[in-house]
Design a protein around this ligand. Structure first.
Ligand SMILES: [Zn+2]
Ligand SMILES: [Zn+2]
Length: 304
């Protein structure tokens, strides 16, 4: 593993001749079908020759199904933001259209080539009552899946992603206020961050609604300490992923550098660089930010 200093510190203060305050807070949302189409293509490309290629290929088919559902789903527009409230609310009750999204997703995945536990999870989701499904979704959104829920989490989460991503794409940037913590559109914790090459800007990425929002670099995303941040990557790795670790709180955030991987898609590249998480974890750092594509039950079974 290679450790390095942050580098390029001076370039973070200025961008394109403007002060940091002029940096757009949100990156433009490309719309749900485009998000999932790009993700499906990237999972497919990353699967080739990868140790976890079968799992990445399955995620490519899942993201492709998410794209189709996003195209077919008719959603009510999100309620306009109330002062002081998030426009979308990942901490509230699951949005009712999520069950319709799940139904469409199960239809799209009917012939999915997947390990037995994943197929069993799809069948079980198809049999659960609306109340039981909402229970799974609520626990998933709250980060409190039970062991029995775990195999369902990947697909239930995929349906929730479609709804939140489609709703986030409808938000006007002006309706999204700056927040101190979490996704400014839905309140979820970021899954990872992307660093834009030219200006070394950092945007955090929401795994639920695909919103990307600016946050100052060289600062721990969890405790905001700037003095104890270091960057770890795998030895000899020229890929886009680095772990931004914090000695202060022992957390880390996965960062993906677009200049080192112009074709990267944050959620897909995050899953494909799991080896980095394992090594950083061995050093005693806890990951900040969950991926909806890494739900323990199914992943462990798929890779067994
Ligand atoms: Zn979000
Ligand atoms: Zn910290």
């Amino acid at each position: 593993m290679t450790a390095s200093g942050p580098g390029g510190a001076s370039s973070t203060l200025l961008t394109g001749g403007g002060e940091l305050g002029e940096v757009p807070y949100l990156r433009p949302h490309p719309g749900a079908p485009a998000v999932f189409a790009r993700r499906a293509a990237r999972f497919e490309a990353l699967a080739v020759g990868h140790a976890a290629g079968d799992y990445l290929a399955m995620l490519s088919r899942l993201a492709s199904a998410q794209k189709t559902v996003a195209e077919r789903l008719r959603l009510p527009l999100p309620a306009s933001a109330v002062a002081g409230a998030l426009p979308l609310d990942a901490a509230g009750a699951p949005p009712p259209p999520w069950r319709e999204a799940l139904g469409l997703l199960l239809g799209e995945l009917a012939g999915l080539e997947a390990p037995a536990p994943a197929r069993a999870a799809l069948e079980r989701l198809g049999r659960l009552s609306a109340a039981d499904l909402d229970g799974v979704a609520s626990r998933l959104l709250a980060g409190g899946l039970t062991p029995l829920d775990l195999p369902l989490g990947l697909f239930a989460g995929a349906a929730l992603q479609v709804v939140f991503t489609a709703q986030a794409a409808c938000l006007q940037a002006a309706a999204v206020a700056r927040v101190e913590e979490g996704c400014p559109a839905c309140g979820s914790s970021p899954t990872c961050g992307v660093v834009l090459g030219d200006d070394k800007l950092r945007y955090l990425v929401c795994g639920l609604c695909a919103t990307q929002w600016h946050q100052t670099r060289l600062q721990c995303v969890l405790c905001r300490s700037s003095g104890a941040v270091a960057y770890l990557s795998l030895d000899g790795d020229t890929g886009p992923a680095r772990a931004e670790t914090c000695e202060g709180c022992r957390a880390y955030l996965k960062l993906l550098y677009i200049e080192r991987g112009p074709a990267l898609e944050p959620l897909a590249d995050d899953v494909a660089t799991l080896a980095l998480d394992l090594l950083v974890g061995e050093r005693g750092f806890l990951r900040f930010g969950r991926s909806p594509y890494l739900v323990a039950g199914v992943v462990a079974s798929a890779e067994a």
